[in-house]
Design a protein around this ligand. Structure first.
Ligand code: ARG
Length: 436
């Protein structure tokens, strides 16, 4: 049985059945009156689900049989015509496409909300900066807004992929029947357009056996989950006493049952953890599909739970991370101090030498040599540089915030490069919102 989990598809299944009975009328397989009776019956059944009064019969294997059984109970003889020229195979494929199409739109909406929050948190502290890291070692200073927008871009790619998946899944399996179509004079184009599908499926066997759209959606969600896990890990790091770049609101942390001083970033940790489950749902379904013979096999029923789970979980994580970022207090002073670490100026020394005509490899050696001397002699890097007779005017490079200001190439992390980036991001958000 699958009713225990596929009952959540009732609205999509009823929408599919309504289009189907309209199609039967167009094909002359139902009279206008019969069609109206069935549409009313289906609407009534939907009402029962919404009111929580629908009662499952023990013989109802799945949501499709449950609805058809009830339609026959309510409408009498004409109810028995509802499944004309249809199989549960094309029916379930249709229902699941309708569900997935809607689920993608919900997820995309939440993604765009999170992107908006990432942008807003950066804009609220336009001057805040922190060290950017490579190998988790301090590398170069970056604006907070630049850093958060890096995450925004990854989520926007997820949005783009999800919308691609939504475009590709928009094909109607209705009319394929069990696997080979029907002898009856149906017009799949009619039902396809009633359900806002772009076209009917071209091949009846492919129509009932294809679950690529579920796999694609699970992949897109898994990758989105991986991106969210990276953000989660970063919030965990930022909120440690070691970093102390940020604090999350009390609603997004928990205390310890034993240690009174603890404030744990549980929301961020769960965002990190959920990605495992999302990847598991994807790989589980891929393995289920591997080696399946054409066309429909009951194995395909196993597509639903991973899809429902991923759709639900990723929405929870998106909402939770959105709230976590909104609740975050960024400690700009602590982060700026770390970003103004004198050693981060080494590249600016080298680039100034390049400006004076020195080949970069040689400049890299000179700056590296000075770093080495500072470390060996346990002196400040600025003092070592100041000792160099040819570098008298290099002291300004060590002024707090100067290294950040000097990151000015297109796409760079400094303030002068920021407006163009924000404009490009806004443009992308606008175009993806329109596509949604
Ligand atoms: N509950 C089934 C599923 O999810 C519906 C299709 C059943 N078809 C069949 N021929 N047994 O796939």
């Amino acid at each position: 049985e699958s009713y225990s989990f596929d009952h959540v598809l009732y609205a999509h299944d009823i929408a599919g059945s309504m289009a189907h009975v309209r199609g039967l009328e167009v094909a002359g397989l139902l009279t206008h009156e019969e069609c109206s009776t069935l549409l009313e019956t289906l609407a009534a059944i939907k009402g029962e689900f919404e009111a929580g009064t629908f009662v499952r019969a023990p013989s109802d294997e799945d949501i499709h049989m449950a609805i058809e059984r009830r339609a026959t109970e309510l409408a009498g003889a004409v109810g028995a015509k509802i499944h004309t020229s249809r199989s549960r195979n094309d029916q379930v494929a249709t229902t699941l496409r309708l569900f997935t199409r809607e689920a993608i739109s919900h997820i995309v909406r939440r993604c765009l909300t999170l992107v908006g929050t990432l942008v807003a948190v950066g804009e609220a502290k336009p001057d805040a900066y922190l060290p950017g890291y490579t190998h988790l070692q301090r590398a170069q200073p970056v604006l907070l807004s630049h850093h958060l927008q890096a995450h925004a871009w990854s989520v926007l790619r997820d949005v783009d992929r999800l919308l691609d998946a939504r475009d590709r899944l928009n094909v109607s399996p209705l009319g394929a029947g069990a696997l080979a179509g029907t002898s009856l004079p149906i017009q799949p184009r009619v039902t396809a357009s009633l359900l806002d599908f772009d076209e009917p499926s071209a091949n009846s066997m492919d129509a009932v056996s294809d679950r690529d759209f579920v796999v694609e959606t699970l992949f897109d969600i898994a990758l989105l989950g991986v991106h969210l896990s990276r953000m989660g890990e970063e919030l965990v790091l930022w909120t440690t006493s070691e970093f102390n770049f940020a604090t999350l609101g009390d609603d997004f942390t928990t205390g310890s049952s034993m240690l009174p001083q603890k404030k744990n970033s549980d929301v961020a940790e769960l965002a990190r953890a959920k990605s495992g489950r999302l990847v598991g749902n994807l790989t589980g379904l891929l393995v289920t599909l591997k080696g399946l013979p054409l066309s429909y096999n009951r194995d395909l029923q196993e597509d639903k739970e991973p899809l429902f789970d991923s759709v639900r979980q990723v929405q929870l994580v998106l909402a939770a991370m959105d709230g976590a970022y909104r609740s975050m207090t960024f400690h700009g002073d602590v982060a700026a101090l770390a970003a103004d670490d004198q050693l981060l100026v080494a590249i600016d020394i080298a680039e100034k030498l390049v400006g004076e005509g020195m080949p970069f490899r040689r400049a890299h050696e000179v700056a590296g040599g000075l770093v080495g001397r500072a470390v060996r002699e346990n002196r400040s890097f600025a003092d070592v540089v100041a000792d160099e007779p040819t570098m008298r005017d290099y002291a300004a490079l060590f002024e707090p915030g100067t290294a950040l200001a000097n990151r000015k190439s297109p796409g760079a992390s400094g303030p002068s490069a920021a407006p163009e980036q924000s404009a490009r991001l806004t443009e992308r958000i606008t175009s993806l919102t329109q596509r949604l």
